[in-house]
Design a protein around this ligand. Structure first.
Ligand code: RP5
Length: 176
């Protein structure tokens, strides 16, 4: 998907039932959120992506949260910036694990988004990744799905080996 592609209509990876729902408050979040989609693609995980604004389309947000589990989704990744209520509201509406991505905006460097998402009341968890780190959200979703999927677990182990090898290679270049 291109960086400028709007996501006002749902997009899905080919290959069947999406397992992960990626949602965001605005299409302006997509340049950040697309890293989650890229990570899922690397692991061959089917996903859907859409704009579901907590403030501009609250009825649609409630419907998304209520219907996600019944539609077969297994994890939700939700990103928003500023007064970032989307991940927490979705977590209140669904039994699925919700991963929140604080999207950095022009002002406050994403600290507003981070604090809006991470400070959830007891009983309504959101697994919050670092500011702008949608890639980690995609990787965490892959790990959650891997708990019941041996093939995916092996892919994650292979990925971790690739990280280690890349780190070793960097060390070698410094030691030369
Ligand atoms: C939030 O407002 C969105 O998640 C986005 O990060 C921010 C700005 O949205 P736009 O004005 O760019 O549509 O709800």
């Amino acid at each position: 998907m291109s960086e400028t592609a709007p996501v006002s209509t749902p997009v899905s990876t080919p290959g069947g039932q999406p397992r992960v729902g990626i949602v965001m408050g605005s299409d302006s979040d997509w340049p950040t959120m697309m890293a989650a989609a890229e990570a899922l693609k690397e692991f061959g995980i089917a996903y859907e992506a859409d704009v579901v604004s907590a403030h501009r389309m609250p009825e649609e947000m409630v419907a998304y949260g209520r219907e996600a589990h019944g539609r077969g989704l297994e994890v939700i990744i939700a990103g928003a910036g500023g007064a970032a209520h989307l991940p927490g509201m979705l977590a209140s509406l669904t039994p699925l694990p919700v991963i929140g991505v604080p999207v950095p905006l022009k002002y406050l460097d994403g600290m507003d988004s981070l604090l809006s998402i991470v400070q959830m009341p007891a009983g309504v968890p959101v697994a919050t990744v670092s500011i702008g780190n949608a890639r980690n959200a995609g990787l965490l979703a892959a790990r959650i799905l891997a708990t019941g999927d041996a093939e995916l677990t092996q892919k994650m182990l292979d990925f971790q080996v690739s990280l280690r090898d890349a780190a070793h290679a960097k060390g070698a270049s410094v030691r030369e």
